[in-house]
Ligand binder design. Structure first.
Ligand code: SF4
Length: 80
């Protein structure tokens, strides 16, 4: 999957970056919705739908969700 000039590599801090989900990699575990109840809702099939504008949860919790996603489908993208 091409991400253009943006990158999933590196570790931007959650407060300065927007949470994204790679829908190809996501396998619908739903852990992200449990960890980030103000940012992520699950659709009827259990896949995440991110709130417009990015994270509304604590940045430390957003970073934890990225680390704990079992499919490594969550990532942070610099807003710039
Ligand atoms: S925790 Fe990861 S694999 Fe599970 S629903 Fe969220 S993004 Fe998808």
């Amino acid at each position: 999957m091409s991400l253009g000039s943006s990158s999933r590599t590196g570790t931007p801090q959650a407060g300065a970056a927007e949470l994204r989900v790679d829908r190809v990699d996501c396998s619908g575990h739903g852990i992200c919705a449990s960890l980030l109840p103000r940012t992520v809702e699950l659709d009827e099939w259990g896949y995440p739908v991110l709130a417009p504008g990015g994270g509304h949860d604590d940045p430390a919790d957003v970073e934890a969700a990225v680390r704990l996603c079992p499919a490594r489908a969550l990532y942070l993208m610099d807003r710039g």
